[in-house]
Design a protein around this ligand. Structure first.
Ligand SMILES: [Ca+2]
Ligand SMILES: [Ca+2]
Length: 380
């Protein structure tokens, strides 16, 4: 049974009991390991918004729209072959087995989409993002099991999920302890109504749901990358490496990406120069000239998430794959989710290493978060 975030709020006492069972101390396990849990990973720990149950066409978002497209700020990625998935011995089930993939050439945004770029889209179209709309219980309940109790009224406000660090060490299995449903949080106000993007025009836009990202892409005459394209581009021609820069630790050369340093989620020390988001292009690009393919914000792809997708691939060479036909996340089997890549400013070495090139996260189509944005591609 999926427990979208809205239900998690309503069922918090039950949820805490479930999580405390999951993190009971085992024989021979240290106290801290018992707190952290065996499965601690940001990959497993992203709350959903309302998690609609319908699956839109898997191709939506990967379709090339008509109309003009500008390649300004984009890099031509020459097509080629590569090994997709984890060949570094650190992969989770959904990164395995590694397999050969061939992709055609495409243009890719050199940076994550910025606040300035998204503001131009909104100014031109009047588009209102998911996070800026008040949720409608009459619509939401159609997608939930019959008899699901209505959550408290305070949940029904225009809101999004923001990072709120707890004051003391917590179980890393319970993301509800550092993600908060914050009224008034959206792309214009990333931490809530008092926050602003003024002066942050060159920061990546955040609180963007998949639905928002594809609307921007259509307007720009572009599309979202497939996971295969995203990972091929992120690798920058390096075979079998862990990161866009190769295999060096992220802290090499005065840090190679904007991630988290210190004990997650309670002590962010910002040794890389950024406690939160960084302006795009703050760190060196990979060898293809692409910035922030590791860290800063997670980036939406067009593909459905399916934990067993790679395991079912039988071809010796998969050509221009567009992902599985449908979504499957064993933790929330009825909630359709898309693949998100690259990690964010909240990833760290000991917690999730989500910035490894083959790593992935998954989110429902209506979920925007303070650490999730996107970039676009074009084949035209
Ligand atoms: Ca940082
Ligand atoms: Ca990124």
């Amino acid at each position: 049974m999926p427990i979208p975030f809205i239900q998690r709020l309503a069922l918090l006492p039950v949820f805490l009991v479930l999580f405390s069972c999951a993190s009971e101390k085992k024989e021979g396990q240290s106290e801290q390991a018992a707190i952290d849990g065996d499965l601690a990973s940001c990959h497993d720990n992203i709350p959903d918004r309302f998690a609609p149950s319908g699956q839109k066409s898997t191709q939506e978002g990967a379709l090339e729209p008509d109309g003009p497209v500008s390649h300004e700020g984009m890099i031509w990625i020459e097509g080629g072959e590569y090994t997709r998935g984890a060949a570094d011995g650190r992969g989770r089930k959904d990164e395995l087995p590694a397999h050969r993939v061939k992709v055609d050439g495409f243009w890719m945004d050199a940076t994550e989409v910025t606040n300035a770029q998204f503001a131009a889209f909104v100014a031109a179209t009047g588009y209102v993002t998911v996070a800026e709309k008040k949720p409608d219980w009459e619509e939401i309940k159609k997608q939930l099991p019959p008899g699901t109790p209505k959550p408290p009224e305070e949940v029904f406000v225009a809101a999004s999920l923001t990072f709120n660090p707890p004051s003391q060490r917590v179980s890393l299995q319970n993301a509800a302890q550092w993600w908060a449903w914050t009224e008034g949080a959206n792309w214009r106000h990333p931490q809530g109504p008092e926050s602003s993007i003024k002066g942050k025009e060159n920061f990546p836009v955040v609180h963007i749901a998949w639905e928002d990202a594809i609307e921007y892409a259509k307007w720009a005459g572009k599309r979202l990358p497939t996971e295969a394209e995203w990972e091929y581009a992120a690798r920058g021609g390096e075979e079998g490496k862990s990161f866009p820069w190769g295999d060096k630790p992220v802290e090499s050369d005065g840090f190679l990406a904007n991630i988290w340093q210190g004990e997650f989620p309670i002590n962010n020390v910002g040794e890389d120069g950024y406690l939160g988001l960084a302006p795009v292009k703050s760190f060196d690009p990979n060898s293809y000239g692409l910035f922030d393919m590791a860290g800063n914000v997670w980036e939406w792809t067009a593909d459905w998430y399916h934990e067993d997708y790679y395991g079912g691939i039988t071809e010796d060479m998969v050509v221009n794959p567009t992902g599985p036909a449908s979504s499957y996340d064993p933790q929330e089997p009825t909630v359709p989710k898309k693949v998100v890549k690259g990690g964010s400013f909240l990833c760290n070495v000991s917690y999730c290493e989500g910035y490894r090139v083959s790593a992935k996260m998954k989110s429902s189509l209506d979920t925007g978060l303070e650490h999730t944005g996107f970039r676009c591609v074009s084949s035209r």
